[in-house]
Ligand binder design. Structure first.
Ligand code: GAR
Length: 209
């Protein structure tokens, strides 16, 4: 069954585009019903507008305190009947008020093989720079559950990407993004097919029928 997705994004929004395209081409029944960005000028907001998806600029800076921000965020999720919150390059933490209400219904994509190259400060280019610096041969992308600890929720799916000789952070970022664009719709598909089981903070994927 198709799910109503709320995508949160801060940057260029290429993962959002991949999810929107997966719906358009029939690969996903789930569809993006709402895009929220803390950055009004983000590519993600433009992608949403181009595709006639409601998009809202929501930044904690515009609210008197975290509680009023959370209240507005939760009321939007309710209004748009959101089933799954999808973080796609969202550079802010999700507060406990939201993780509690949407327990096991928030996922994120990370541009490395968690738990490697994760944690505080590890986002976007920082991750690829750290991978190059560490001279590892394999990196990748991870889709995981979001809880109250940064990059600590259970891993749902991962895919490896080879680091090639001569790669720099920029070439690596591009190659990892191509993998993310396939992996994220695949992960969402597992949710719409009800195949993701979480037990003791570990994920099990049910067999395809
Ligand atoms: C993606 O590589 C995503 O994995 C990363 O930000 C990029 C956003 O790209 N997210 C993180 O680093 C989260 N820790 P996009 O805006 O083009 O989708």
């Amino acid at each position: 069954m198709g799910l109503n997705l709320c995508v949160l994004a801060s940057g260029s929004g290429s993962n959002l585009k991949a999810i929107v395209n997966a719906h358009k081409t029939g690969k996903l029944s789930s569809r993006v019903v709402l895009v929220i960005s803390n950055n009004s000028a983000s590519g993600a907001m433009q992608t949403a507008k181009k595709n006639h998806i409601p998009s809202i600029h929501l930044s904690a800076k515009l609210f008197v305190d975290q509680a009023s921000f959370d209240k507005e965020f939760l009321s939007l999720l309710k209004k748009f009947k959101v089933d799954l919150i999808v973080l796609a390059g969202y550079m802010k933490m999700i507060s406990p008020a939201v993780t509690k209400k949407f327990k096991n219904k928030i996922i994120n994509i990370h541009p490395a093989l968690l738990p490697a190259f994760g944690g505080k400060g590890m986002y976007g280019m920082n991750v690829h720079e750290a991978v190059i610096e560490a001279k590892v041969k394999i990196t990748g992308a991870t889709v995981h559950f979001v809880n109250d600890v940064y990059d600590n929720g259970a891993v749902i799916v991962q895919k490896e990407v080879r680091v090639k000789p001569g790669d720099d952070a920029e070439t690596l970022k591009r190659r990892v993004l191509r993998t993310e664009h396939k992996l994220y719709p695949e992960a969402i598909k597992l949710f719409e097919e009800n195949r993701v089981i979480l037990r003791s903070n570990k994920v099990y994927i049910k067999e395809d029928k």
